[in-house]
Design a protein around this ligand. Structure first.
Ligand code: NAD
Length: 501
């Protein structure tokens, strides 16, 4: 059967708009290796036109009362929930995620929209009476204007919503540049915003790659940039965006450790490790990359338990039942991960489970890798230093909790970390001393709930501002502080000194 290759569009000025350049990227179904669509790559001029329309749309959107705006956001939220089956199909098709995992992602995405319905509360200012003679002071929060979000491939729905829902709700116009590898979900959500009644221009999709991103980073009409992706690009986006006078929050990669203390329930820790390490083919910024058992005996027992469990994991297409995880996103990504494993072995790591050539590859052109586990990895090895965005996980053995904390603190990435223990004292020491942004205690993937702030430390995040949580509303607004006096009938004295109380 010949596969129909669709040509996708942008979403500009409230409608689907065809690309004007002849530049397109291939969008793949990673479960089969087939090209399913062509996505247009916007030129700088096309992005400029989109920004001009966004500026007009923002004025209309911000002029609507808060109550009316929340009606639109609520309608969008309900449409998302009603049509989640369709969205789920798109997420699985373009990312290869299992349906359960895609559903989890959409559910967490809805959480961001729910949080954005608190915008009226988060937009409340302050008011003080009689701060000076007959002077009252108050502050208000205004939207920034046109803001941009640049998204990664690994969460086609959740991350774009985490970056944009609050930005829209507080009155900005948002321009989203989705990953060119997964553009379908974002285009689908655009139709829902339009149906919900968002004014044309207040929500825009420009598809593309570097040229589109550069125009967003440099254009003076764009006030803020929210970026999520690899550390290398996050740093570039932060430096370029701030050089052009913008607020930038750029979220990068992670190398997340799981400490396993000798007193932990090892069966429970092993099950937690399995899902957090290999779920979504390990393509999560908060996936556990490194198990760090404390003490040789704990390490030997832990590795024996996970080895047995890992060997039973099933990799396959989302269309099959009982699959634990799907393919990685691309052929290049698969090759890169295999190279990382090979290099780790050359550098002296020990192969416990080999997933480089899973059985499914005999019958499918999809980008499958089975779960791989390397033991006795040391901090000087490349596979320890760098994020590996695929199912190759490592065991780093340490003697004491102190050693584990030191090692984790000296890693350049600091997104997430967790400890499995039954000791309150160990947990307290770990929580106090660890230099990482999101921390778990007996919780495998400590992604904060929507009303807490999300963000890593060190080279996992550049700039101030968080995703989710009340900080999102602060990031996407600016404060105006007013001092107000209404003199009564007396004539004011002229004063030349600096006013004081
Ligand atoms: P990526 O950095 O390759 O791409 C992210 C976005 O940047 C895409 O939209 C892409 O088109 C654009 N881009 C890529 N190269 C660019 C360049 N040179 N100039 C300008 N724009 C460019 O990331 P990815 O592979 O799509 O996503 C995976 C990465 O994202 C992983 O490192 C993962 O840890 C990270 N991630 C982080 C978080 C977080 O919250 N910290 C969440 C999800 C994913």
């Amino acid at each position: 059967m010949t596969n129909e290759v669709k040509t996708l569009t942008h979403f500009i000025g409230g409608q689907s708009v065809e690309g004007k350049t002849n530049e397109f990227g291939d969008v793949y179904n990673p479960s089969t290796g087939e090209v399913i669509a062509k996505v247009p790559f916007a030129s700088a001029d096309e992005v400029k036109e989109a920004i001009a329309l966004a500026k007009e749309g923002q004025k209309k959107w911000a002029a609507m009362s808060l109550g009316k705006r929340m009606e639109v956001v609520l309608k969008f939220r309900n449409l998302l929930a009603e049509r989640q089956e369709e969205l789920l199909d798109l997420v699985s098709l373009e990312s290869g995620k299992t349906r359960e995992d895609a559903l989890g992602e959409i559910t967490r995405g809805l959480e961001s929209v729910d949080l954005s319905l608190n915008a009226p509360h988060l937009l409340k200012g302050e008011y003080s009476v009689n701060v000076g003679g007959n002077i009252n002071a108050f502050s208000t929060k205004s939207p920034l204007g046109v803001v941009a979000a640049i998204a990664p491939f690994n969460f086609p729905v959740m991350v774009p919503l985490a970056m944009t829902a609050m930005a829209v709700a507080v009155g900005n116009a948002v321009i989203l540049k989705p990953s060119e590898k997964v553009p379908h979900s974002a285009l689908f959500m655009s139709q829902l915003w339009a149906e919900a009644g968002l004014p044309a221009g207040a929500w825009t999709i420009v598809n593309g790659a570097k040229d589109a991103v550069n125009e967003l980073l440099e254009n003076p009409e764009v006030q803020a940039i929210s970026f999520v992706g690899s550390t290398r690009v996050a740093e570039y986006v932060y430096q370029t965006g701030t050089k052009h006078g913008k607020r930038v929050a750029a979220f990068g990669g992670g190398k997340n450790h799981m400490i396993i203390m000798p007193d932990a329930d090892l069966e429970q820790a092993a099950s937690a490790f399995l899902g957090a390490a290999y779920g979504a083919a390990s393509q999560r910024c908060m996936a556990i990359s490194a198990a760090m058992p404390v003490g040789q005996e704990t390490a030997d027992r832990f590795v024996a338990i996970i080895k047995e469990k890992i060997e039973k994991l099933k990799v396959g297409p989302y269309t099959e039942k009982d699959v634990d995880f799907g393919p990685v996103i691309s052929k290049e990504s698969k090759e890169h991960i295999v190279n990382e494993i090979n290099l780790g072995l050359e550098e002296g790591a020990e192969l416990v489970v080999d997933g480089r050539n899973p059985a499914i590859c005999e019958s499918s052109e999809g980008y499958y890798l089975g779960p791989t586990l390397l033991d006795n990895v040391t901090p000087d090895m490349k596979i320890y230093k760098e994020e590996v965005f695929g199912p190759a996980r490592i065991v780093v053995r340490v003697n004491e909790l102190e050693d584990a904390i030191k090692l984790i603190n000296s890693h350049e990435l600091g997104n997430g970390v967790t400890i499995f223990t039954n000791s309150g004292a160990a947990s307290r020491k770990f929580v106090n001393e660890i230099e990482v942004g999101m921390v778990g205690v007996n919780v495998p993937i400590p992604i904060p709930v929507g009303y807490y702030n999300f963000g890593g430390w060190k080279r996992s995040k550049f700039g101030e501002g968080h995703m989710f949580g009340p900080d999102t509303a602060r990031f996407f607004t600016k404060t105006k502080t007013v001092s107000e006096r209404w003199p009564e009938d007396q004539i004011e004295q002229v004063t030349f000194s600096f006013p004081s109380n």
